[in-house]
Ligand binder design. Structure first.
Ligand code: HEC
Length: 227
């Protein structure tokens, strides 16, 4: 206990001595350290420049990608793959043969609302299973796909009052025919209505070009439900 104090003061005077001495050597030490770092390539400016370039490119790419595919965050748009025109050439097929994969196109364009099982979402999106709107002549369904639909409707015993946005600008006639056929003749959904030809879609598209969605009454007057 008695020799604690002298030890403390010895140590502090030693440290003080050291720090006084390092004043001169400090610069030298730093010079050596930096020289070594440069020699190793550490602290080399070219790495941050490359990193900056990479991040700039990523940023530009992200901006372009975003502005091209975000669809303005429109809640009514579900088109994760971008332009449907990039689907590639339609396979050969004549008459009422469907030229494209309707299931794939359905999953890409309709599934967000009407769901993979075609049951829709209660209170929000009507089902395509057990729907009188889907059965019978294809005109009504195709016209809805082309121009959208709004207003109060009854589907399979439930009432919906919402808006479906048009697909006329997003899908071509082959694609609409393929989706309509898939929905109308899907045995898993209990649907077995006729296939839909591309010609039928072309005909309906030019006959019913319009700038706004169908009102429920309008479409039912043109294409009544066959109950
Ligand atoms: C953004 C959501 C949304 C998407 C995507 C969508 N629909 Fe609809 N669809 C609706 C809504 C909402 C209604 C009901 C509109 C109303 O209440 O007047 C509807 C109604 C319908 C109807 C008539 C009612 C029924 O259930 O039979 C059909 C047929 C239909 N849609 C087919 C399609 C097909 C095919 C696609 C894909 C090309 C599609 N929809 C994509 C929301 C959507």
């Amino acid at each position: 206990m008695s020799d604690t104090k002298p030890t403390d003061s010895n140590q502090s005077s030693e440290l003080a001595g050291k720090s006084r001495m390092t004043d001169d050597t400090l610069l030298e030490t730093h010079t050596r350290t930096f020289a070594k770092a440069e020699g190793n390539g550490e602290g080399n400016l070219s790495i941050p420049i490359i990193a900056t370039a990479v991040f700039t490119l990523l940023f530009v790419f992200g901006g372009i990608y975003h502005s091209r595919y975000s669809a303005d965050y429109d809640p009514m748009v579900f088109n994760p793959e971008g332009a449907p025109a990039s689907l590639g050439p339609a396979a050969e097929g004549g008459g009422i043969e469907v030229k494209l994969d309707g299931e794939k196109l359905y999953k890409r364009n309709c599934v967000a609302c009407h769901q993979a099982d075609g049951q829709g979402l209660p209170g929000a999106f009507p089902p395509l299973v057990g729907s009188a709107w889907v059965r019978g002549e294809p005109d009504r369904m195709v016209a809805i796909m082309l121009n959208g639909l709004s207003g109060s409707i009854e589907v399979a015993g439930n009432t919906y009052n919402s808006i479906m946005t048009p697909f006329s600008a997003l899908l071509d006639d082959d694609e609409i025919a393929a989706i309509a056929t898939y929905v109308r003749s899907n045995p898993d959904w209990g649907n077995n209505a006729d296939r839909v030809s591309t010609e039928k879609v072309t005909e309906l598209r030019s006959a019913h070009e319009r700038g706004n969605a169908w009102k429920a009454e309008e479409i039912l007057e043109l294409f009544p439900l066959d109950q």
